[in-house]
Ligand binder design. Structure first.
Ligand SMILES: [Mg+2]
Length: 261
């Protein structure tokens, strides 16, 4: 009997890197889906909405329903809604604004009183956004981080990630975020797996400190694929050991077919 019935996979560094498809991983996911393994996508990237990811995944020949995709933007805004949030100030991009509205929140501009400040990656960041966010938090708004990834891997380099922006606001206010929605917070995994038996779930990712840390905290098996951020050398020093390591998903499923048959 197969061990894994549900795969929760990361996007960046697993499906693509810097917009280039990672063919061996995509081919393997399609093969697993044909065998009846369910696939969900879990990303800390808050810049795009789930709707946008459905469209992007189509370009990689992966069909997905909006409910198959969990982003830290969706998770953060969903948490704010559950926390009785209403008026929010957003430091972030389209993904956060879209998901805020989809979760019945009202993103506002400067000069309004807000109950939550939500911070994600914002590649159009300005000093005035940082100033407003800091002021609102000092006046009592709840400080929510979509994720605290320090970097954003793009094709040949690591750009500053959402965590670097969160850190600026934390420094300015003297306060750490009240809630961090993204990986490795195991709460976000529950949004993806619901009440599925954890023993039948495999998390796939390219980063030890997010994807693998999440699995370890949640008690779910993990596969580190060496197609993205983490390198074999990182395994020597990490505190987050994956259950499995493979150069890519295609070689893994052919080395261990019994896990998915
Ligand atoms: Mg990744």
């Amino acid at each position: 009997m197969r061990k894994y019935r549900l795969i929760v996979t990361d996007l960046d560094g697993v499906i693509w890197r810097g917009g280039k498809p990672l063919i061996q991983n995509i081919k393997a996911l399609k093969e697993l889906m044909r065998k009846g393994v369910k696939v969900k996508y879990l990303t800390n990237n808050a810049t795009k909405s789930r709707v946008e990811y459905v469209e992007i995944l189509k370009n990689y020949d992966l069909g997905a329903d909006i409910n198959d995709i969990i982003t830290s933007a969706y998770a953060a805004t969903y948490w704010v809604k559950k926390n009785n949030g209403r008026f929010v100030f957003i430091v972030g991009e389209a993904g956060l604004f879209y998901e805020a509205v989809a979760n019945d929140l009202i993103p506002v501009s400067h000069d309004m009183r807000v109950d939550h400040v939500i911070v994600g990656l914002d590649r159009h960041l300005t000093y005035s956004k940082i100033r407003e966010a800091s002021r609102m938090i000092q006046e009592g708004a709840v400080f929510v981080a979509a994720n605290i990834d320090s970097t954003l891997p793009v094709e040949n380099r690591l750009d500053p990630g959402a965590g670097s922006i969160v850190e600026m606001i934390a420094k300015a206010t003297g306060r750490d975020p009240d809630f961090i929605a993204g990986k490795p917070n195991k709460w976000i995994l529950d949004l993806a797996i619901g009440d599925t038996d954890k023993d039948s779930v495999l998390i796939i990712g390219d980063r030890l400190d997010t994807d693998i840390a999440l699995g370890n905290r949640a008690g779910v098996d993990t596969l580190l694929v060496l197609t993205g951020a983490s390198k074999p050398d990182d395994l020597e020093t990490t505190e987050y050991m994956p259950t499995y390591v493979a150069k890519d998903l295609y070689s893994f499923i052919h080395d261990y077919p019994e896990l998915f048959e």
